[in-house]
Design a protein around this ligand. Structure first.
Ligand SMILES: [Zn+2]
Length: 234
């Protein structure tokens, strides 16, 4: 076996500029949730967005492999019947990471938990996650923009049954989609927390086309159609 050059051929300046930040989906085999792990090799820091139930050991192995420290466990939303809460807390405990959740107007985050607002920036190494408040699926729903990628949680969930409870607000969902999501550049890559009809990523321009029949009739029509879906599902 030959010896590999130091840095495996990567240009150190490229690494320092963050061009080799790793971005990896972490698929949950228990609930089907898809999380995302981002690692900055130069800073030896990583964050994980929505770590799925059953994914802790994989995340720890990836951290060890990259000799990276997990700085944050970031969640797009928390349901009342939260299934990932204990494993997220356990991951934080084992790594020293900070738990980050979306702020909700009428509740306070527990001690040690960081509640983020629209416009907040989360940094790890030389990288930044921008927080977009995108309530609707739940009141605390937030999305995280990293470069040209948006991790949007269940913002695109329309009553298809990903553990949805009655915290959803179609009116807020409409506003989040049309005002926040649609104002991003057309080439933004959208990564949902659950596959959309089998797809794990879509271009925003493509999504806009797909959502136009649902959203194009206006806010009131969207609210009415969501009420109908709920009745059909429930
Ligand atoms: Zn959800």
């Amino acid at each position: 076996m030959g010896t590999r050059p130091e840095n495996c051929g990567l240009n150190v300046e490229q690494v320092r500029r963050g061009e080799h930040v790793t971005f990896m989906p972490i698929e949950g085999h228990v609930t089907g949730l898809i999380g995302y792990m981002l690692g900055d090799p130069a800073a030896r820091l990583a964050v994980v967005i929505d770590p799925p139930l059953g994914g802790t050991e994989l995340i720890l192995a990836l951290l060890a492999e990259g000799a990276q420290r997990l700085s944050m466990v970031v969640r797009t939303h928390v349901h009342a019947n939260d299934r990932e809460g204990d494993s997220c807390a356990g991951l934080c405990e084992r790594t020293g990471a900070t738990l980050v959740v979306g702020h909700t107007p009428h509740s306070h985050a527990p001690t040690g938990v960081c509640a983020v607002h629209h416009g907040d920036m989360l940094t790890f190494g030389g990288e930044t996650l921008s927080v977009l408040a995108t309530p609707g699926h739940t009141m605390d729903s937030v999305s995280y923009l990293w470069r040209d990628r948006l991790m949007c949680g269940d913002m695109l969930e329309f009553g298809g049954g990903s553990g949805e409870d009655d915290q959803s607000s179609p009116a807020l969902q409409y506003d989040s989609l049309t005002r926040r999501l649609f104002s991003l550049p057309e080439q933004t890559l959208i990564f949902p927390a659950h596959p959309m009809k089998g797809r794990r990523v879509a271009l925003l321009s493509e999504l806009k086309g797909r959502l136009t029949p649902m959203l194009g009739a206006g806010r009131d029509a969207f609210i009415a159609s969501m009420a109908l879906r709920r009745t059909a599902v429930g």
